[in-house]
Ligand binder design. Structure first.
Ligand SMILES: NC(=O)C1=CN([C@@H]2O[C@H](COP(=O)(O)OP(=O)(O)OC[C@H]3O[C@@H](n4cnc5c(N)ncnc54)[C@H](OP(=O)(O)O)[C@@H]3O)[C@@H](O)[C@H]2O)C=CC1
Ligand SMILES: O=C1OC[C@@H](O)[C@H](O)[C@H]1O
Length: 427
């Protein structure tokens, strides 16, 4: 009962009613490129509770749309064009939630104008663009602007906690499933427009690839296999509606990802329900199996343990998160070919909505509230970085973003689909 009330209170505060923080000190003024659907959730709402962030301006291709968006979200300045927004000297930071295929062009323009950029995932269309963007000379100068690929989940304490629970060298198998019910996004959405660098692997898949790389703390040495479900007739056949891939890692481990933005079926009576939008697997989940370990010998019997970890809802941990740790302990008789003499399973459940004790190791002052979304934690880190503060330590550096796009490219190659197109602005 208490847990249910806590859940509802967290949900309400996080999604609808975060406390408004009075602005203090030097406030960073953000401008938004496009009246994007994701902007209210990923930035505008979070800015309310951040004392040093103000959403000051927006631009859209259609000024009427920008005006309506500005009115709805109480944004004081409307610019007629994206170029005008970037040229606005009163703006410190640009949020780029344009379609993937426009990320490169507009991020470069913003950086060259001296703006810090919070860039939606996937950072760009492919590894060529990623290398050009993240290794751009403008980022190497003294007082260079800050650029961050917005992998928001990586900034939440639940993800940080998960990564402390194992040594990446011990990871044997990872499985990740991200599914969204068919119909949430129409088939003509930007997500399936090849010229805008669409594809499910680019969208939900980019999280799966990022999380897998995070768990192994290394890059896959090979894409063992990859496949996809094509778009239906009449839609963009160069885009994947769902994607599946298996990767191999240097430590002998493997990872299997499955991402689907048009999931159907999974109910009883498949002959009737196979085309129904699927509600199963709606909470993106990550399973990690560690290699078994010999712990020692007790009374002539060998003690072996094997651990499985499951991160439920790893992409939306503010709404709900739970980490299951399942430890199986076996006593084996070495004199009887390792015959299992006894077996025991122990389950532990962990949650994290805030940093433990408010500080990591008691040294840093880490801030956060139970209702903070992944986006709110990310905004905190972004502002800390711009201001040169230590922050939580969570970050996605530019080389990480380059390697991420290399894996996406290799996966498309294995799937037999073309790489997403390079921007004409990258001549
Ligand atoms: N972090 C997260 O949780 C999420 C991240 N995203 C990412 O954010 C980005 C935007 O996604 P989302 O908000 O759903 O997208 P939208 O469909 O809302 O499109 C975003 C904006 O793109 C602009 N745009 C510019 N050129 C075009 C064009 N040729 N066709 C269509 N739109 C165009 C539009 O701007 P204008 O207003 O000027 O017309 C529109 O407002 C993507 O990169 C996506 O991966 C998306 C959802 C969640
Ligand atoms: O978090 C997300 O969920 C839905 C996706 O389509 C979106 O682009 C992604 O970022």
């Amino acid at each position: 009962m208490f847990a249910a009330i806590r859940f509802l209170r967290r949900l309400y505060t996080c999604l609808f009613n975060p406390p408004v923080a009075p602005k203090s000190g030097h406030v960073l003024r953000f401008g938004i490129l496009g009246a994007a659907n994701i902007a209210p959730q990923a930035l505008i709402l979070c800015a309310k509770s951040h004392p040093q962030v103000l959403i000051a301006a927006v631009a859209a291709r259609d000024v009427k749309k920008a005006e309506a968006f500005a009115k709805k979200h109480e944004i004081p300045i409307v610019h007629k064009t994206y170029d005008d927004l970037i040229a606005d000297p009163t703006i410190d930071c640009i949020y780029n939630p344009l379609p993937n295929g426009l990320h490169y062009e507009w991020t470069i323009k913003a950086l060259l104008a001296g703006k810090h950029v919070l860039l939606e995932k996937p950072s760009v269309s492919n590894a060529t663009e990623a290398a050009s963007l993240f290794r751009h000379p403008v980022l190497g100068k003294p007082n260079a602007p800050v650029l961050l690929e917005a992998f928001h989940y990586r900034f939440h304490p639940a993800w940080r906690l998960f990564l402390t629970l194992f040594d990446p060298k011990d990871v044997q198998e990872v499985r990740i499933a991200n599914r969204l019910a068919a119909g949430v996004f129409p088939l003509d959405d930007i997500r399936w427009n090849y010229s805008l660098s669409g594809g499910t692997l680019m969208d939900f898949g980019t999280y799966a690839v990022s999380a897998m790389r995070g768990v192994f703390a290394s890059e896959p040495i090979a894409v063992r296999e990859a496949g996809y479900r094509p778009m239906p007739d009449g839609f963009d056949k160069k885009c994947d509606q769902a994607a599946y891939a298996t990767y191999e890692f240097d430590n002998g481990g493997i990872a299997k990802i499955e991402v689907d933005l048009q999931a159907r079926g999974g109910y009883w009576f498949p002959w009737l329900t196979s085309k129904w939008p699927s509600l199963s697997g709606m909470l993106p989940t990550l399973w990690v199996e560690l290699r078994e370990k010999k712990e020692g010998v007790e009374g002539g019997l060998e003690k072996w343990t094997k651990k499985k970890l499951i991160s439920h809802a790893y992409l939306a941990p503010a709404i709900y998160n739970r980490i299951d740790i399942i430890t199986t302990t076996e006593l084996r008789d070495p004199k009887a070919d390792g015959k299992v003499v006894s077996k025991e399973e122990k389950k532990e459940y962990l949650k994290a909505y805030k940093w433990p004790g408010g500080a990591e190791g008691g040294k840093k002052k880490l801030v956060g509230e139970e209702w903070w979304s992944t986006y709110r934690y990310q905004l905190e880190a972004f502002v800390d970085k711009v201001k040169g503060r230590e922050g939580s330590g969570a970050w996605v550096d530019g080389e990480d973003s380059v390697r991420q796009m290399e894996v996406i490219d290799k996966t498309y190659e294995k799937m037999g689909l073309p790489l997403r197109p390079t921007s004409a602005s990258l001549a």
